[in-house]
Write a protein of this length. Structure first.
Length: 387
């Protein structure tokens, strides 16, 4: 019998592409929805509430470990990407950074205003930050699928915009979604962050000098009242870089984290946080002020805010349109940026942690809006490419 060998080249290419993380994330969303709406749903929820870890200081539910612990690693990677872009990437000079920064601000403010227009003075008003976010993994996966239908410069613009968008979301979480502050824990965390900056200045390159104190920073931030994931960003800002092409500690850690974050942490987050049990009330939730605020904020507010602010910036000669790009294509990228999944769900968890119905309706609205943004944006950009 003739031996046949499986050709793994295509599989390797898929894993190395920007599309792989988004596809796996989507599969986990589907799996989570199937489990939640099956007989396994109640058992899965009970499992997520199971507490693990050493008592008394680190015993938390599995759900908390994922949302506060593993997601801190996700935010560490986001922080590394932000710092790298600020030092040597698309945000490293005022001319390069102007358009994605201004576009991200417009794409955050307009959706928030739309949400507040529908929800001001209601119990759902706290969720104004939900439609501000762009899911970088899903958005870049869609753009990768579109291939040469999207100019290369526009793909870079979307990546830079999404990174700035993440930074804005981090600031919103730190400032507006913080409970009662415990200043002693904040003081401990600040002392350790100062120590890490000192290591940077002294030329310390070994990663464990940053990551071990980083774990303690996470613990102190977690007990301070600020959401623990912010610790990841703080640690990232202290990592040293190198002026030459030699791999810096920052780049080394970024390469180490990229695979586990894209293929383990984000899929796990999707798996445990989109276990939405579909109920009749959810259909009414879509047309509720909260549902309309999220859906219209992501679908209309995002492309409108991004395009309008970009128009003003280019008109005032504060920035240039990405090379080989037309305004219609930029608007299409704005639609794709309406895919708000990961960060939007995360902010909804902070907004409605005491209100299960609001939380379920918010997640459902985010899913619907993100799905529509991906489909409409892909069709729109495909039609433009044919023309």
């Amino acid at each position: 019998m003739k031996n046949t060998r499986i050709n793994l080249a295509v599989f390797r290419q898929f894993l190395q592409s920007g599309m792989a993380g988004g596809v796996i994330l989507l599969l986990c969303v589907i799996l989570s929805l199937l489990v939640a709406n099956s007989n396994l749903g109640p058992s899965f929820e009970s499992f997520l509430q199971l507490e693990i870890g050493p008592e008394p200081v680190l015993k938390y539910s599995i759900l908390t470990w994922i949302n506060d612990g593993l997601m801190a690693i996700f935010f560490l990677l986001v922080g590394l990407e932000i710092k790298r872009e600020l030092i040597e990437g698309e945000l490293s000079s005022p001319k390069k950074a102007a358009l994605p920064i201004l576009a991200a601000i417009g794409g955050a403010i307009v959706p928030a205003l739309i949400y507040l227009f529908f929800n001001k003075g209601t119990n759902a008003a706290e969720g104004w930050g939900i439609p501000m976010a762009t899911d970088i993994a899903f958005a870049l996966a869609i753009v990768t699928l579109l291939g040469n239908k999207v100019p290369a410069a526009l793909k870079i613009f979307l990546a830079a915009l999404a990174i700035v968008d993440d930074l804005l979301a981090i600031l919103v979480i730190a400032i507006f979604y913080t409970s009662e502050l415990h200043y002693l824990y904040l003081l401990y965390a600040a002392g350790l962050v100062a120590l890490l900056f000192a290591f940077n200045k002294l030329g310390v390159k070994k990663l464990y000098f940053y990551l071990i104190p980083g774990a303690f920073i996470w613990y102190f931030i977690h007990h301070s009242g600020i959401h623990a994931t912010i610790a990841g960003v703080l640690v990232a800002m202290t990592l040293p870089t190198t002026p030459d092409e030699k791999e810096s500690p920052l780049e080394k850690l970024e390469h180490i984290l990229l695979t586990p974050v894209n293929f383990v942490i984000m899929p796990l987050f999707a798996l445990v946080n989109t276990n939405i049990r579909f109920e009749e009330e959810m259909l009414h939730g879509i047309s509720s002020p909260m549902g309309l605020g999220i859906i219209l904020g992501l679908l209309i507010g995002k492309p409108l805010g991004i395009t309008l602010i970009s128009r003003v910036a280019v008109g005032l000669k504060m920035a240039n349109l990405p090379e080989g790009t037309k305004w219609q294509q930029l608007f299409g990228i704005g639609i794709i940026a309406g895919i708000g999944f990961t960060m939007s769900v995360f902010i909804s968890l902070l907004s409605f942690k005491e209100n299960h119905l609001f939380l379920s309706e918010a997640k459902f609205s985010i899913l619907l809006a993100s799905l529509l943004a991906g489909i409409i944006g892909s069709i729109y950009l495909s039609i433009l490419a044919k023309k």
